[in-house]
Design a protein around this ligand. Sequence first.
Ligand code: CFM
Length: 551
Amino acid sequence: MIADPNTPAVGGPSAAEVREELLKRYPTKVARKRSGQVLVNRRDEQGRVPEIKANTRTAPGIITQRGCCYAGCKGVVLGPTRDIVNITHGPIGCGFYSWLTRRNQTRPPTPADENFMTYCFSTDMQEENIIFGGEKKLRAAIQEAYDLFHPKAIAVFSTCPVGLIGDDVHQVAAAMKKELGINVFGFSCEGYKGVSQSAGHHIANNQLFKHVIGRSEDAPAGKHRICMLGEYNIGGDAFVLEELLERCGITVTATFSGNSTIGGFERAHTADLNCVMCHRSINYVADMIEKKYGVPWIKVNFIGAQASAKSLRKIAQYFGDAELTRRVEEVVAEELARIEPTRQEIEGRCKGKTAMLFVGGSRAHHYQELFAEIGMKTVAAGYEFAHRDDYEGRDVLPGITVDADSRNIEQLEIGPDPQLYRPRKTAEEMESLAREGLPARSYEGLMPAMSEDSLIVDDISEWETEHLLRTYKPDVFCAGIKEKYGIQKKGIPSKQLHSYDYGGPYAGFVGAANFWREIDRMCNTRIWSFLKAPWQRPSAEPLLEAEYVQV
Ligand code: CFM
């Protein structure tokens, strides 16, 4: 059913030629740097993909797609949680731009349940606070939020100026925690930390682990309990997955962090398996939970119909329960049959078309499956900020050199919890699962999944984007809002994969059908042919005839 990803690209220049052309235009120093980040995906004799220089600073002057550390921490990881009051300590712009009311959907069980996502909390720092310090204002803001809402927890997020002037958000948080008797914790996620929002993910993971996870033993009822890690409920994806898993008889103990609550995070360690969707943003939590509580993790991907089926089967395989396997197979068969006519119809119109994907840290990989299922080939892809392991696979982890920007981020030393550590399976059981094709802690990355002639570009720049559009003329280019309209002005449809352009959900089986319909609509519309005015189009006949009359 899935098109072979190893079929050659459709016409056009080779990836090597495009790469050369891209690098040629840069000054020597920049070209040298970019040459490690722009690669042809060719394997060596041992079948290894080339080494990529990821997670390094963007060269000054280059227009990057990247965001900041604060965005990764507050916006991405903590953003979708409904019952924590998230206070941005900083100028109002940072809070406003990470408000994200449309992006982060959530469903409180009843209208009476807490949902703070529609609010934007900020200390609104002024020049005076920058000069004389903002701690007092932060204290007052925490108090005010508490008086108004009486939340279960309050989190404080640091922005660039907070780090520059040295406000101690952790000390203020600790003092207020004591005073108010609720969980108050802070994040040193100043925008400039690290080289991208990836640093913010790590900082968010660390603080969740230190201040939240493991505080409640209130496990939900259910025989097969998992946590979904790195699923942020963009366009309602988490809603689809919750429903799908439940139908199979799998209980979601917590999701990090789509449609989530602090209660879910607190009890996350009581699940028996962690399923990692977005490896980049949450692998730290998965690793730390395993070390401290003994819960293994596996990589899953619910983007793509076959990928969803495979992920459900992986979960069933882990639990090794005949009844669960039967239910999973039933659901898979039912769902695949339901969307197959849509897939076939759309494949008829989309087969042979090409796509490019340049998104943050995991979607540039996951969404290739959805395109392949309707016969479309991904000719170039890359991440904004992911690391080498997301490109080349986790096997390269021991070889990754830690630079000053990464050393900046706290590395928690975790050991087994004296009371709560409980290995869910014996070492032999885990080994036998690995032998049967279900290795724990494993992710193969984007590059091995792509064909040999594809182009990989890390942290793509605006100029490089334009060049790829000109040379490859893909049928669709997936990116974000910053890129979207520049791309469409060139007559190529652009699908946002960060916010889904108001569309979605795209996860699971229903999501796959939604995405195929959307891509079909975008690639096969005639609208792009109207971008050229009639007189710009080549025509055998003159468009207008007139006679010159002299008066
Ligand atoms: Fe993970 Fe994400 Fe992504 Fe990401 Fe993001 Fe995102 Fe993304 Mo935008 S956590 S890495 S930091 S899947 S916000 S929900 S869409 S860049 S590819």
